[in-house]
Design a protein around this ligand. Sequence first.
Ligand SMILES: [Zn+2]
Length: 234
Amino acid sequence: MSTHLVHFGTKTIHFQIHRAERKTLNIQVHPDGLVHVLAPLNADEGAIAQKVKQKAGWIIRQQDHFASFLPLTPPRKYVNGETHLYLGRQYQLRKVESENQQVKLYRGCIEVHSLDTSDSAIEQILQEWYKVKAREIFADLLAEYLSKHCRFQKYSVNLHVKKMPTRWGSCSPAGRITLNSELVKAPKACIEYVILHELCHLIIPSHNRKFYRLLSVLMPDWENWKARLERVMV
Ligand SMILES: [Zn+2]
C-alpha cells in the first residue's frame, strides 16, 4: 500500500493504491474521506492516477457528503459561563454545589448540581445527561415516523445511540439505525432530517436520485436542515 496524489482544479486528492489479484480498477471513498484504489497487480501508476483524475468530481462529491456528517463541536472545558448546546439552543454552564445531583435547564442556563464541582466531575455528569436525553428524544421521534409513514412499517428497526467521531447516523440493511448522541445538541428538525435520511436507506441503500426524491417527499426542506446542521455545531 502506498499514498499518491493528483490535482484537480484547486483541490488535491490523496489516494492509496491497494494491489490485488483482480482485473479492473475500483475507486472507493470511505466515510473518513480517504480514497482507496483497488488495482490489478500490474496496473501502471500513471494510468491509475489518470483514472482518479477522471473520477475527481465524483470523489469530491462523496467526500463532501461524508464531511457534512462530521460533528464539528470543539472540545469544552466545563467551566462556569461556557456555552453548551441543547436542541439547537445555547445555554450557559452554571455549576451548583449541591447534595442533590441533577441537571436543570433554567433561564438560559444549564445548571449542573453536584457535590463535586470539579471540571471533570461536571463533564461526566453532563455527558451522561446528554446521552440519556439523546436516547429519549431520538426514540420518540423514530416511533413517531414509524407510525406516521406506513412505507417503513414492514421493516423492524432498532435504534442505537452512541457518540461517533465521524458520522451523524448510519443504517444497516438489517434495520439497525445508529445515531450520534451529539445530535441532541442540534435543532429538532436537524435530528428529524438525519432520522428520515437513515430511514430512507432502509428502502434505498445508496444516495441516488430515487433516494433524494423519497427524502424530499418526507421532508421537502431537508436541504435547509442539512445546511443548518453543518453550521450549528461549531
Ligand atoms: Zn446516507
